[in-house]
Design a binder for this molecule. Structure first.
Ligand SMILES: Cc1ncc(COP(=O)(O)O)c(C=O)c1O
Length: 407
């Protein structure tokens, strides 16, 4: 019989080079501890805690009753592509035709397809930090080099035009923008996007992929803009990614979409045809109902998210050693825990980095958060407030007690 080590040599360099998504991992750990009977509060979730709207569920049930349960075109139903074109036109002022639209199994697959179809070994992808964890590992899977650019809290966690200009090399293929941002909640204004666009106009070999997944989750009435809208001269080298997961509370349905130049969308279809084929047919039909249907349920949800955000920001800023700005979008806050680093826990362990902080909170306070290091900015951690006010209050009280026990 071969030893476990020897049999694991079957694993490729490719898979060894990446890590499991740290937020998935933190959640998995929290779920396992809960199953063991521990009273864990998880602030690690990356999905709205609201149900999918009834009319969307009804559309799925109706699709099944009509036996619309077969394969569709690889990159999505024409009807759904038309609904996506309508969404881009109505909400973003962007004109795409259906043959410029790709539908995938979540925005995650769209981003992966776009990277796989454009990157060769050694190509560079500029990823402003803090970033959504998958960008880095997807770029590595495509054998490219992720070039991370730290965006400071004093700049609102946003990439500055000078930083972008400095990061571009002849090997740069993509700039990845994510606004509203996971994990910081930062939203780029029109002017900020224009400043980045001006740099890109000087470098015609650089494309931009904008991940607008949290577009609808904005607070205080702040406006949303996306780069191809702000600078139409970039339209030909922009991929605009969005989806139904966050706005319509449809994370489990797995439908995301992207708009871009036809030749790239064609290449992405070829790639998808050999990997997964079409995304779930029933979920596609439900997504048509989501995109074309009523949006009035959103306002109430946004109001609830905003109240939770205010509660969390206020509570965090009262905890010794933690501080965070008020995020304008998404459902995360990303406090700095620099005031905890170097402190000693009641068990006598010195907190050296934010991973130690996350472990301390899980083991000592029974609260799951994700360490900032996973998002490229440290020492911080991410709190998801996609959970009830009661659990937020209780979890934050636990974090406060944990802070008071450090010496
Ligand atoms: C910034 C960002 N982009 C993309 C995604 C992927 O969304 P989905 O694959 O569910 O469409 C997520 C999910 O957490 C995200 O946070």
């Amino acid at each position: 019989m071969s030893s476990p080590d020897r049999s694991q040599s079957i694993l490729s360099q490719r898979v060894r080079a990446i890590k499991q998504s740290p937020s998935n991992y933190a959640n998995q750990l929290a779920t396992e501890l809960k199953a063991q009977g521990r009273d864990i509060i998880s602030f690690a979730l990356g999905e709205p805690d609201f149900p999918t709207p009834e009319h969307v569920k009804e559309a799925a049930i109706e699709a099944m009753r009509r036996n619309q349960t077969r394969y569709t075109t690889v990159d999505g139903l024409t009807e759904l592509k038309a609904a996506v074109c309508g969404k881009f036109r109505r909400e973003n002022g962007l004109e795409y035709t259906p043959d410029q639209i790709s539908i995938g199994t979540g925005g995650k697959q769209i981003i992966y397809n776009a990277l796989l179809c454009t990157l060769d070994p050694g190509d560079e992808v500029i990823v402003p930090a803090p970033y959504w964890v998958s960008y880095i590992d997807q770029a590595i899977l495509a054998e490219a080099v992720p070039v991370t650019v730290p965006c400071l809290q004093e700049h609102g966690f946003k990439l500055q035009a000078e930083q972008l200009a400095r990061a571009i090399t002849p090997r740069t293929r993509w700039l990845l923008i994510n606004s509203p941002n996971n994990p910081s909640g930062a939203i780029y204004t029109r002017d900020e996007l224009k400043a980045l666009a001006d740099v890109l106009l000087e470098h015609p070999h650089v494309w931009v992929l904008t991940d607008d997944m949290y577009e609808h989750l904005r607070y205080d009435g702040i406006e949303f803009a996306t780069i191809a809208q702000v600078e139409p001269r970039l339209y030909e080298r922009t991929v605009t990614v969005n989806g139904v997961s966050k706005a319509y509370a449809m994370t489990g349905w797995r439908i995301g979409f992207g708009g871009g130049p036809k030749f790239l969308i064609d290449a992405m279809r070829k790639m998808q045809s050999q990997c997964t084929s079409n995304p779930n047919t029933i979920a596609q039909l439900a997504s048509i109902a989501a995109l074309n249907g009523p949006k009035d349920f959103m306002a109430e949800r946004i109001r609830i998210f905003q109240a939770r955000r205010d509660l969390v920001v206020d509570a965090v800023n009262r905890i010794p050693g933690l501080s965070c700005p008020t995020p304008q979008g998404a459902f995360y806050v990303f406090p700095s825990c620099s005031g905890w680093i170097g402190k000693r826990t009641p068990q006598g362990k010195v907190l050296v980095n934010d991973q130690d902080v996350a472990i301390y909170l899980l083991e000592h306070a029974n609260v799951a958060v994700v360490q900032g290091d996973a998002y490229g900015i440290a020492p911080n951690f991410r709190i998801s407030y996609a959970t009830s006010i009661e659990l937020l209050e209780e979890g934050l009280a636990r974090i406060k007690r944990a802070a008071e026990q450090l010496s």
